[in-house]
Design a protein around this ligand. Sequence first.
Ligand SMILES: C[S@@+](CC[C@H](N)C(=O)[O-])C[C@H]1O[C@@H](n2cnc3c(N)ncnc32)[C@H](O)[C@@H]1O
Length: 281
Amino acid sequence: MESHASVLPIETLELLGPKKGEVFIDGTLGLGGHARLILEKISPRGKLIGLDADERNLEIARENLKSFPNIELRHANFRDLEKLVEPNSVDGILLDLGLSSPHLDDASRGFSFQNEGPLDFRFDQNQELTAAIILNSFPENEIALILREFGEIGISKKLARQICRRRWKKKFARTNELVELIEAKRLLPQVFQALRIAVNDELTALERALNSAPKLLKSGGRIAVISFHSLEDRIVKNFFREQKKSGTLEVLTKKPVIPSPEEIKNNPRARSAKLRAALKK
Ligand SMILES: C[S@@+](CC[C@H](N)C(=O)[O-])C[C@H]1O[C@@H](n2cnc3c(N)ncnc32)[C@H](O)[C@@H]1O
């Protein structure tokens, strides 16, 4: 059975403070771990709207949450939140960014440099753009930009040149072909992260969802975001700071909340998590 240990579950619930009868959005349903905790607090009359870009995870969550009648699950990207929800209608929004454990464990999705698989990296299998398309057809300077901006890789130009030389001889298809090309193995996590962010346009999606949040929340409603790398955390931190200045949001986390050593020991994938939350005034 597929599983995913929800990150910072108690801390997230404390900051979101769900109560009986409230309406919540989980924009990153995954396997429904956080959603279940929220549903336990808002049921029986409250409602949870759960989104996931990945249809497979959405189906697992549907099964995991079938005992709750008060849920509305949608195959959707949280970038489109504003199209899906009425203004001033929700008490809380959760975004738990990035990958779920099944993504990394399933070699056929290509997310992990440790498992051989296709250069895919899509959350949403209906989307056209894959990592292979970027590597095989994007101009060298765009590949360098992706590696620098989304992977914070210093030698991005050199890597982009190597990638383009390799594809002239033979196009990329499998993760191991990329792994073999990159001599500095320590850079592999950053290269894979950069391609994943580019394929799923993750930072734009985050910015769009954040911009929608103050419009969708009721006064007193809360938003919590769990991020897993500095690029995401910076976007959340800066957005909350701006909204505080303009008087729209009150920031509930002066510093990001991070997992305890015990949580990291039990769930090493939680190690880079940072949780920030804010309240709509
Ligand atoms: C870290 S997991 C969420 C785990 C979940 N909180 C739990 O406790 O089971 C992130 C999920 O968000 C989904 N996702 C990532 N980006 C998304 C986006 N822009 N829109 C909708 N879903 C997204 C992924 O497919 C994945 O299932």
